[in-house]
Structure formats: C-alpha cells, structure tokens
Design a protein around this ligand. Structure first.
Ligand SMILES: NC(=O)c1ccc[n+]([C@@H]2O[C@H](COP(=O)([O-])OP(=O)(O)OC[C@H]3O[C@@H](n4cnc5c(N)ncnc54)[C@H](OP(=O)(O)O)[C@@H]3O)[C@@H](O)[C@H]2O)c1
Length: 313
C-alpha cells in the first residue's frame, strides 16, 4: 500500500457498483467526466471501511460511501465524493444505490429540475433501473397524478406494477404502436418526462407533453455505445415553442450539499415500505466485467452490486 499524504484516506472496499455512466468514460467522446486512460482502474461507487486516515474528518473503522473503482482498496485524495454512512438501519449497499448517486439523481431530477408538483403526470424511461424505479416511487409518494414507465420484459413490468406501484408499464420493444400506447396510458398527456435513454425516445414523447411540460435529461443509455456522429438529435423541437416546454440536464454532484437531507427523507420512505429496492448481488472482483455487460444486455434488473469483503468490527 502506498504511503498516504495529508488529507488522504485509505479504505478497504466491502462492495462496489457497476454504473452505466462508466460506458461513456470508455470512449473519447464528450462527457462531463474525462475518458479513462488505458491502465487506470475502472470507476464505480464503493462502500469502504477506513483502514488509515490522514484526514481529520475520518477515523479508522468508519464506513463510507465514495467514488472509487473496481478495486479492493481505494485512496480518497481529499477531493471528490466521499460520505460517512450516517446510520445502519438499512443495508450498507443502499448507500451506493437508492441512497447514493442513482437515488439522488432521481431525487434532484424530480425536485430541482422537474419541479414536481402534486397531480403531475409523469413518464419515466428505463423505469426498472435504479434511477428510474426510484424516481417513479418518489413521485408516487409526492403525489404525482399518474406514473407511467417504459421497460422491456414481463418480469420488469410485473415488479413495477406490483412492487413499485406504477399506474402503467409499456414494453416499448414489443409495442406495435408506441405513440398509441403512450396516449392510452396517459390520455391527457404528460407534465414531466424523466429521461434516462436519449433523443430517440424523447422525440416520441415531445408531442404528447402538456403545456408547460418539463423534460429531465438524466442519461443517454441508448447512445452510450454509439460511435461519434452516430447519435441522433431531436426532430420535434417546434413543440418547445407551441407547448412552452423546458428541457434541462443534471449532474447529480452539483446537488451534493443537499444529499444528507434528501437521504434522510428517502430513508424514511424506504423504511415505511413506500420505496422498494431491488439489487442483484455478484461475488468477487472477477464478477465485475460480466456484471457491467449485464447492465446493457441482461434481462435481470436492479442495482448491480459486487461484494468483495465484509466489514471488520
Ligand atoms: N445525470 C446524472 O448525474 C446521473 C447520475 C447517475 C446516473 N445517471 C444516468 O441515469 C440513467 C439510468 O441509470 P441506472 O443506473 O438506473 O441504469 P439502468 O436504467 O438500469 O440502465 C440499464 C438499462 O437501460 C435500459 N436501456 C434502455 N435503452 C437501452 C439501449 N438502447 N441499450 C441498452 N440498454 C437500454 C435497459 O432497460 P430496458 O431494457 O428496460 O429498457 C437496461 O436494463 C443512465 O443513463 C445513467 O447514466 C445520470
């Protein structure tokens, strides 16, 4: 292990996540995070236990959630994302899932970007993923009038309807007429689109947005594998004028100061059974590449967590 400098913290990784945003860092295209260099560890969010600290905020034995990587140990450099886990009432892995970056993306996407209001009719793409499913359930608790999700496969639809209590789920891959299905599920149109997928789906939804509608750009899953110049743009932009629509993206770390309050409220929703969480657990570092590929191709769904160690007491 390298010697630490002032401000640094060495952690032993207990588990880490695989994240779709990592895909954009494996290409040299434009992203808010720089591309990874060959030889650098793949990034991911970790639950770690502090082994050594030269930072007054952390002590040996502390449990933290942090931006780290696919590695059995990580060094927090003194800058970047790290947070002491404030309570142990919920599984530790939730702090890199529903209470971590995916959950916070859902929270701030809905509250700050969409300005969610009681009665809003909401449509969510990739609704069974950690971001989408959390957004759907928060919206439900906060009084959305209608929550519709797009997801592939009967198993996802069943879980979203019965556990996450969405009003309707559309399998966009099987739908012979997606516009008709979207109209059927939301006959009065949609006030908010929470989009995780990209322009092709947004374009389908724009004509169905209600006046004053808001579109949250969370991610572009359908384009992460596209070559430069291959990703398509929006065609239906004229509706932004006639329907006074607004579209805004977010980088969740801009809301870091708000995490503790949001996590506290969201913990309460989980403990009350109002927000359900689905995880898929893998064992051992060597499982990470397969778990990452499963994100884009696998039929199973939920936050993918790689377990590699247990906390020491
Ligand atoms: N803005 C931010 O600060 C921020 C932070 C964290 C995450 N995000 C973004 O939030 C989005 C959701 O993240 P997540 O962790 O919850 O992942 P996720 O939704 O579980 O992502 C995997 C799912 O994407 C769906 N998908 C839709 N179109 C696809 C396509 N063309 N190819 C492959 N998969 C496709 C698949 O579900 P179906 O088969 O059901 O469609 C797949 O199971 C991602 O775009 C991520 O980058 C943004």
């Amino acid at each position: 292990m390298p010697d630490l400098s002032d401000g640094q913290v060495l952690t032993r990784t207990l588990c880490f996540s695989v994240d779709p945003g990592t895909r954009s860092r494996l290409s040299s295209g434009a992203s808010y995070a720089p591309p990874l260099k060959v030889g650098e560890p793949i990034d991911g969010f970790c639950i770690g236990q502090v082994v050594e600290s030269l930072n007054p905020r952390f002590s040996e034995g502390d449990l933290v959630a942090m931006g780290g990587g696919w590695a059995d140990h990580c060094i927090f450099s003194g800058r970047g994302y790290i947070q002491k886990i404030p309570h142990d009432r919920l599984p530790l892995s939730y702090w890199i899932g529903v209470l971590g970056v995916p959950g916070m993306t859902a929270w701030f996407g809905l509250h700050r970007v969409a300005g969610l209001k009681t009665g809003d009719r909401l449509l969510i793409t990739s609704a069974a993923g950690p971001v989408g499913a959390t957004a759907a359930q928060i919206a439900r608790v906060k009084g959305a009038g209608l929550v519709v999700g797009l997801a592939r496969g009967a198993e996802k639809a069943l879980w979203l309807r019965s556990e996450a209590r969405l009003d309707a789920v559309i399998d966009y891959a099987l739908s012979p007429d997606l516009t008709a299905d979207l109209k059927h599920a939301g006959p009065e149109g949609y006030d908010c689109l929470f989009d995780n997928v990209g322009p092709e789906m947004i374009d389908r939804v724009i004509p169905l947005m209600r006046p004053g509608g808001r579109i949250v750009i969370s991610g572009q899953l359908a384009d992460y594998n596209a070559r430069p110049g291959e990703a398509r743009g929006l065609m239906n932009s004229r509706y932004f004028i006639s329907s006074r629509l607004r579209m805004e993206g977010l980088v969740v770390f801009d809301d870091l100061r708000g995490f503790p309050a949001a996590q506290s409220e969201l913990s309460g929703m989980i403990e009350a059974g109002d927000v359900r969480v689905r995880e898929i657990r893998y064992s051992g570092l060597e499982a990470a590449p397969g778990a990452f590929i499963d994100l884009f191709t696998g039929s199973d769904f939920g936050r993918r967590i790689i377990d590699i160690a247990t906390p020491s007491v």
